[in-house]
Design a protein. Sequence first.
Lengths: 248, 262
Amino acid sequence: MIQVDNVQKRFAEQEVLRGVSFEVKQGSITTLIGRSGAGKSLLLRHLIGLDQPDSGRILIDGTDIVGMRTSELNGIRRRFGVLFQDGALFDSMSVRDNVAFPLREHTKLSEKEILDKAAQKLELVGLLSHGSKYPSELSGGMRKRVGLARALALGPDLVFFDEPTSGLDPITRGAIYRLIESTHIDGEITYFLVSHDITGVMAISDEVIMLHQGRIVAQGTPEGFRTNPDPVVQQFLLGSPDGPIAID
Amino acid sequence: MRSDNFLESSITGILETTQDWLAEFGGILMFLGSFIYWTSKPPYRVREIFRQMDFVGVQSGMLIVMTGAFTGMVSALQGYNGMSRYGAGSLVGATTALALARELGPVLTGLMVVGRVGSAMTAELGSMRNTQQIDAISSMAVAPIQYLVSPRIIATTLTLPFLSVVFGFSGMVGAYIISTEYLHIDAGAFMSGIKDYMTPNDVTQGLIKAFVFGFILSLVACFKGYNASGGSRGVGVATTKSVVLSSVLILFSDYVMTTIMF
């Protein structure tokens, strides 16, 4: 489904991605982990086509999206759902209109059908009664849930999550992970998460990939990750300040 | 030795500033290209254009009426002060009308709209850029230029000539009241001066200027907001630069157009 092949990205003197390659299986929940500032979110932006790599290929179902024209890329993006770090909800629109936005843009449904569908998605994330509120009236966790409802509105087959639980309390974090698991349909929808919340993602992911110093240092099942002898992986899993990963 | 260093740093400074200006100019041209490309493609967001016209036009109405009225009053007083020295005080209606139609109306409307609308557009788009809302629009396969920028530029460009007319009309009402009530100029003389000396061409020139100013200020405002970076401070800097650049470009283009249409 997603193939990343030798992707490189440099900003002036800083080489952020140094030949990143990995594959994401269709229908899986795959999580990219790594330290803050490792380039995870940047890599995610490349997968969505918001940034272009200096070199390398990014294939979505065999189609290379690198250098693709925006109009062509938009054809592929219609199959995407994206949950941004802080929800990225439109603050000039109500919660209901935020969820209805992709439906209004890309479907020929009547207004009633659009609102019904938006209500369904809001119910899915437990926020049906908050439809008329504005994003500024919601808590961080609620904003992420609305973001998830919007990401799922068009019934995408590929959903990207950028730090879906950052800044949330442990209970809300648990609720978000439960929501991610419950909305995922095995073998049909692919979820690709970017996170540094190791405990949470190990519990829900089929595959985990670790990005460190611009390279993929490990990829495998959560179980395989736990038993990975690489000291970099072990230090990250343990959250220890002592080890090969230097503290900036 | 010290003068060599001073010369070197001065030249470097000038070159860097020139480079920045060229980069900015190139950026605006590329942004203009994107605007033309995306505006020509469907869907045409008529509803959003009307929403922006309401924001730019209707919601600026009172501000334009007030500034127009005061400008007309001051023009009448100053015009009378100057012309009465030559015994031509009764021509104050004509001179005020000419000044408002050809110059003060479009320029002051443009500058007022820069302050009220241009700054708001830059701040709003800048904030949307910094909170990933523009990225979210892109990720949902919608062109942000088409969705956010095109309606704002079209609405401002079409609305500014109307605001300029409102400004001019309010100004003339103000000038009439001051001239007849305070300066005791005969109302008939005031009106006949306007009729005798003003031509439709004077009004057309003002409308063309307002149209161009509307386009310039909204293009700059959207460009600065769309490309704002660096969090809330970056949005503040972008807004300031947007207001300054728009104002300077309005005055510069006013000079160019006045020279051409003189």
